[in-house]
Write a protein that binds this ligand. Structure first.
Ligand SMILES: Cc1ncc(COP(=O)(O)O)c(C=O)c1O
Length: 399
């Protein structure tokens, strides 16, 4: 299938068998066009951006700013200045948590959910410790679905910010983001949506969502590691202070004081990750050549087939019952710790993730030691599903 041919690593073997890559929620593989865009940058126009007065610097700057414009279109932001480049989701959330420090105080609540990745928990815990605010957690039901009644109770007039994931990395739920945003807005609370698992699979429109911040990582959308996006509503960004100081983010510096650039540069101190930003732009171009509906239909079919197949294997327990599932299946195999099952699958050339998936509180809530997680992407096919099912079946015989 031609899409598979776009991703060179998929042609390799692992443990002596053709690789089956089902660890896409951790990171996606990279198409040749992205690899080429990065090497072309280094081969033809490597230079620092936004400053030097020479041809190469101008080309590098144009390529980087083109990528910003592509991202703006990709998430349907109002203007390019709303796109801030970071190292990834984690850095985007830490950036927001830092620049909000002056706005949060004792008596405020920061509200998250039980589904969050550690990177959408720990920065808020740290912010709460700095400011005296309280961290409140919206519960999920036994299937791992967000309890909207609890959300209504937890989001109050004291809520300063509500931060939640668009899609759960642990269970694959598509969350009721619009309801949560509307609820938060009805109490004048800010909203941050963690789009790390959504950006590859769902059409994004931050204007329709009307969130204040939306964050995701390049490496989960076929782009390189080390580059990510923070979308922020422009008027809000203009009100917020910088978080790191240095070159690029300033307007004027004296020893007495400094003034700062407008967003996005205010939040991008130092030489940026130019090559990977260009790689991210190439990944967005690539993604946009694939009709989103085709993407969703392919993934849905594979997930449905894998789910049905796993459910028929005695001893398999599916963890979580998402009302709307996206590209992720978490499961346990009777008699085996998830890590051991992961190793047994790996020995058969099937790459999955095993463990807590940076969801320790969620694992505690569901009372499981962790899970084995198979996560799908556009380049997976029915053979991958068959190999997964065979490998799980065989793993059983070792336990
Ligand atoms: C839902 C979610 N949020 C945040 C992150 C953190 O992303 P990164 O490690 O790229 O910063 C991940 C990564 O797995 C994730 O799945």
């Amino acid at each position: 299938m031609s899409i598979r041919n776009d991703f060179p690593v998929l042609g390799r073997h692992s443990r002596g068998r053709p690789l089956v890559y089902l660890d896409n929620a951790a990171t996606t593989q990279k198409p040749q066009v992205v690899i080429d865009a990065i090497s072309r940058y280094y081969q033809t126009c490597n230079a620092n951006v936004h400053r030097a007065a020479h041809d190469l610097a101008e080309q590098a700057t144009t390529a980087m700013e083109d990528a910003r414009a592509k991202l703006c279109g990709f998430i349907h932001a109002r203007q390019v200045e709303e796109i801030i480049f970071t190292r990834g989701t984690t850095e985007s959330i830490n950036l927001v948590a830092n620049v909000l420090t002056g706005r949060i105080q004792d008596g405020h609540d920061i509200v998250i959910t039980e589904l969050e990745h550690h990177s959408n928990i720990v920065p808020w815990q740290m912010l709460a410790q700095r400011t005296g605010a309280r961290l409140k957690v919206i519960h999920v039901d036994d299937g791992g679905n967000i309890d909207l009644n609890d959300a209504e109770k937890k989001i109050t007039q004291n809520t300063a910010l509500v931060a939640f994931t668009h899609v759960s990395n642990g269970l694959g739920n598509i969350n009721p983001v619009q309801q949560l945003i509307d609820l938060a807005k009805s109490k004048d609370a800010l909203t941050l949506v963690d789009g790390a698992q959504a950006a590859l699979h769902l059409p994004l429109d931050v204007q329709t969502l009307d969130c204040d911040f939306y964050v995701f990582s390049g490496h989960k959308v076929y782009a390189p590691t080390g580059i990510g996006v923070l979308y922020g509503r422009y008027e809000l960004l203009c009100e917020l202070p910088p978080w790191q100081g240095g070159g690029e983010m300033i307007e004027h510096v004296t020893f007495a004081e400094s003034t700062y650039q407008l967003p996005p540069y205010r939040f991008e101190a130092g030489t940026p990750n130019i090559a990977d930003t260009i790689g991210l732009g190439a990944a967005i171009d690539y993604l946009q050549t694939i009709p989103r509906q085709q993407l969703a239909a392919t993934e849905d079919q594979l997930v449905a087939k894998a789910l049905a197949g796993l459910q028929q294997i005695p001893g398999v327990r599916i963890v979580g019952e998402p009302e709307r599932r996206l590209a992720v299946i978490s499961f346990l195999l009777e008699g085996g710790h998830p890590n051991d099952v992961g190793t047994l699958l790996d020995q058969q050339g099937v790459a999955v993730r095993a463990g807590h998936h940076c969801n320790m509180p969620l694992m505690q809530r569901l009372d499981v030691p962790g899970t084995v997680r198979a996560s799908f992407s556009l380049y997976n096919n029915e053979d991958d599903v068959t190999r997964l099912l065979e490998a799980v079946d065989k793993a059983k015989t070792f336990l």
